[in-house]
Design a protein around this ligand. Structure first.
Ligand SMILES: [Zn+2]
Length: 466
């Protein structure tokens, strides 16, 4: 069910955060002898201090959207360095890596004859039409499998329209099963002769908001123009195509710069017993350009930094090093996560976890750790139960895009799975804005992260899978 949205949401967030700052600076750490008692203490402090809202508001108000490789992403990095310092983290590093930069140009689409305008957003890394656009007949495909079945060359001179059947789901699984439509559909249609591609947005809302996102093209191939249609527009086009032939005029003029740069930013609470054993937590700095980078993924940055700050402010000293990593360029090709994995392959990163599924509550734990780490996961399950979090299903978690390379190198993986029921109403749209964030759910995230991270950082049982 959709939270009722109102204009006072942001104010309530800021007032609560100011109050929280006062609480945080006057409270003295409660005496907590055991790890379980310490975990309960950080959980309660996280709920009482409510600091993520202020971080998220500051980032997305003073920096705004943070498209990968642009000066806006660079301002996001500057903000990250400042915020980490303010939170008391040390050993702050900015690690650059090269990326291709893609930026949106002019974009419009209309049905020839009736002049009906279609709400579109070009897909990240898609190609361009001429400035005057292209006009071509449209061919309908019910889903990716239908496009796969099309004969070679059968789309010559045509615009392919790829529909699908994405559904609302708490675990977001329908994004995975329909994702090929966006990620691989345009390149496949191009291989069969298409001159441009339109897809039904990977989304669940019925606003006229198209959902952008990356598409990929084989190396050496210059991509054709491809764009996502808002759901009402996709359904209009499908109805028109069911009734007879339709041509569309499409304009999309993005620009590429092959020689751009992004960077990862990190800061630490050094461990005092085993500092070389590192726990990586974080989110990604970059966002899509058409929203404000709030739920994707300013929220993940705010949640994980606030969780580290709760542990620090509680006066607790972790045995293992807690390292907060904010990844660059996730959206445009997971460059940040890959660069981080490659640069830190020789380090003993015992556990890696990212927050990148919005700002709504954590509802389930999942993990992938060594057999010796399973008792720690059981402790985490027990400590998160008071927050309404369900225990681990199995030990097969992937961890998400940015930490998957660390997982592949053997780092243990922890996932604090968030409720994705309304995530795909907002994901990659102009509606990714601060007013959509529910402060209580954001705070529940911080409490879950601080608790789980404290238990892992104060523990000594091996977690790595190789
Ligand atoms: Zn994201």
């Amino acid at each position: 069910m959709m939270k009722r949205l109102d204009l006072t949401a942001v104010s309530r967030c800021l007032l609560a955060a100011a109050l929280a700052t006062a609480l945080a600076t006057t409270a003295t750490p409660a005496f907590a002898a055991t790890r379980a008692e310490q975990a309960a203490m950080v959980r309660e402090r996280a709920l009482a201090t409510s600091s993520a809202c202020a971080l998220l508001s500051d980032l997305t108000t003073t920096v705004g959207q943070r498209l990968a490789g642009t000066e806006a992403e660079a301002r996001g990095r500057d903000w990250a360095v400042k915020a980490m310092k303010a939170a008391g983290l040390v050993n702050i590093k900015v690690e650059p890596f090269p990326i291709p930069v893609w930026q949106r140009g002019a974009e419009s689409a209309e049905i020839i004859g009736t002049g009906q305008k279609l709400a579109i957003a070009a897909l990240g890394s898609s190609g361009a039409t001429p400035a005057a656009g292209i006009t071509a007949p449209v061919v309908y495909f019910a889903d990716y499998a239908a496009l796969e079945a099309a004969a070679p060359g059968s789309l010559a001179g045509r615009i392919a329209f790829i529909d699908h059947h994405m559904m609302r789901a708490q675990d977001g699984s329908s994004y995975g099963t329909n994702g090929a439509v966006r990620r691989a559909g345009p390149a496949l249609a191009q291989a069969k002769g298409a001159v441009a591609v339109l897809i039904r947005s990977l989304g669940t809302d019925y606003h006229r908001n198209p959902h952008t996102g990356s598409t990929s093209t084989p190396a050496g191939v210059t991509p054709i123009a491809s764009a996502a249609l808002a759901l009402p527009d996709a359904e209009l086009l499908a109805r028109r195509l069911a009734a007879g032939p339709v041509s569309v005029k499409l304009v999309s003029t993005p620009v590429f710069d092959a020689n751009g740069q992004s960077a990862n930013v990190s800061g630490e609470i050094p461990g005092v017993g085993a500092p070389a054993e590192v726990i990586v937590i974080g989110g990604h700095i970059d966002s899509w350009d058409i929203g404000q980078g709030v739920i994707d993924d300013g929220a993940g940055m705010a949640i994980t930094l606030a969780a580290a700050k709760v542990i620090k402010d509680a006066g607790l000293q972790p045995r293992r090093t807690i390292r907060v990593v904010f990844f660059g360029s996730e959206e445009i090709g997971i460059y940040g996560g890959r660069a981080y994995g490659a640069a830190h392959a020789s380090e003993n990163i015992v556990l890696a976890a990212e927050s990148d599924f919005g700002a709504d509550r954590v509802y389930r734990v999942s993990s992938k750790v060594a057999e010796t780490g399973k008792p720690l996961i059981a402790e985490i399950n027990a400590a998160l139960a008071p927050l309404g979090v369900a225990p681990t299903r199995d030990n097969g978690a992937g961890g998400g895009a940015d930490v998957a390379p660390l997982g592949a190198l053997g780092s243990g993986i922890l996932e604090l799975e968030q409720d994705g029921s309304r995530y795909f109403d907002l994901h990659h749209t102009p509606d990714d804005t601060l007013d959509k964030v529910d402060r209580a759910q954001l705070d529940q995230n911080v409490a879950a992260w601080a608790t789980a991270v404290w238990l892992a950082a104060s523990d000594d049982r091996p977690l790595r899978t190789k």
